[in-house]
Design a protein around this ligand. Sequence first.
Ligand SMILES: [Zn+2]
Ligand SMILES: [Zn+2]
Length: 328
Amino acid sequence: MRSRVTNRRQYRRSATPFVLFHFVPLLALLTGVTKTALVLLVGLYVLRMLAITCGYHRYFSHRTYKMNRAMQFVVGFIGTTAAQRGPIWWAKYHRDHHKYADTDRDPHTPKDGFWWSHIGWVLSGDFHDCDYRGMEDLTKYPELVFINKHDWIGPWVLGILCTVVGGWSGLVLGFFGSTIGVWHATFSINSLTHLVGRRRYATPDTSRNSFALALVTMGEGWHNNHHHYPRSVRQGFFWWEVDAGYMLLKVMSWLHVVHDMQYPTPASMQARLIRTGQFDVGRFRQHFDRAVHILPEEATHVRELLREAADQAATMASTSTRRSRVQT
Ligand SMILES: [Zn+2]
Ligand SMILES: [Zn+2]
């Protein structure tokens, strides 16, 4: 598998703090585990996972509903506390993911390996900077540009608040523990939902639906539905496709906090269904790409076998010639 890491030194420099970050919650062995820290751990996981799915993803990236400017800022700021960069950066690369899904221009396709799609693309440093052309629907708001540029403010504010409220235990478990949880839940949508699960729609990419991932990520696991109809506010298309993010937005709409929610049309729900015999172009492309990747290696192997066979044939031929000369 080809590696997309262009600067190994930069990659190691980013990966080291990222890996070390995962050991911080172990400091709870020294600080002890308080009830407040556990409440922070669960509460901040749920709050920030909802901010990522309902805010960064469904609102900033896909504009699947509307809300007023003040709420937009609040949701964007809560999103920054998840330490996944700013809302405009996040939306820009996510829109690119949909535009170029599972091609060489996709920032995080699992075609380049699980690790690359999970977090490698961020650690590579190649996507640190961003070309914000085409993002004018978001860059026209100076307050969003500010939190996008100073995306460190959110995590620091939350980290300090956790320390004030829950002490050292609140910091290492409440803040660091939940941040790591939200990271991997979000990253799994870029990696696992293009690798495991079932496909309902013949999308041109490898997206899949996964009930387990939908539970963990508040509805993001219905990724094949989402690639089929990205403008839909709900990612679980049926009542049994649990989508906590959509449930929250539905309640918010009753309270008139959000409005103009977008839904797939009945015709689009029935379009490109694999079970109706629709050609699954996404899966075909996946297998084709893999075959093209493997073929040169296999061709070399077959060429070696043929050369060995030719050598053996030549040896046998010369031996039999020698024998026949001896007999004559
Ligand atoms: Zn995807
Ligand atoms: Zn999306």
